[in-house]
Write a protein that binds this ligand. Structure first.
Ligand code: T46
Length: 139
């Protein structure tokens, strides 16, 4: 789907356990400028509810699980993130909502830029207007 991809990370495993290595511009398609993680989220909470104008991110559920609902303005899809081996690569202009966090969820996010509130679109109607413009549709 446009602007959304799954990245499967290679596990370096041996009898002691597993290790995944993340490297700038190698298994992550952008230069990582910021890392944050979301934890202690209650299961009835919905986070996100916004899109980014330019920011690209990879979301990795290091522990536990959560659902990520995505909307490009044209198509909608949902992913269950439940493995540290799986990265959800979300490019620009995708509305996202994160829900159903299990009690031990740690959601790691790698971001292509520093935190900038001006890059957020937090109103869904504005998001649809913008995607319609980008897709050459009259709203
Ligand atoms: C996203 C999803 C997956 C900062 O000060 N610095 C930061 O780097 C971030 C990400 C947030 N904040 C502040 C802004 C708010 O006062 O932390 C507070 C919580 O942020 P927000 O409500 O935006 O969190 P989520 O979980 O709704 O969304 C976050 C990211 O903001 C967003 O970029 O794509 O995770």
């Amino acid at each position: 789907m446009k602007n959304i991809e799954i990245i499967n990370f290679e596990i370096k495993g041996d009898s002691r356990g597993s290790l995944i290595s993340i490297e700038n511009l190698k298994n992550i398609p952008f230069d990582i400028k910021r890392i944050y993680y979301i934890f202690n989220t209650l299961d009835d909470v919905i986070r996100g509810k916004h899109a980014h104008k330019k920011l690209e991110q990879v979301l990795i559920c290091l522990s536990g699980s959560c659902y990520i609902d995505l909307d490009t303005g044209i198509e909608k899809t949902s992913f269950l993130l439940d493995s540290p081996q799986k990265g959800l690569y979300i490019k620009d202009m995708v509305w996202r909502e994160m829900r159903n966090f299990s009690s031990n969820t740690v959601l790691l996010v790698l971001a292509s830029d520093f935190y900038n509130e001006n890059d957020y679109i937090r109103n869904y109607e504005s998001f649809i207007l913008e995607t319609n413009k980008l897709n050459g549709k009259n709203s």
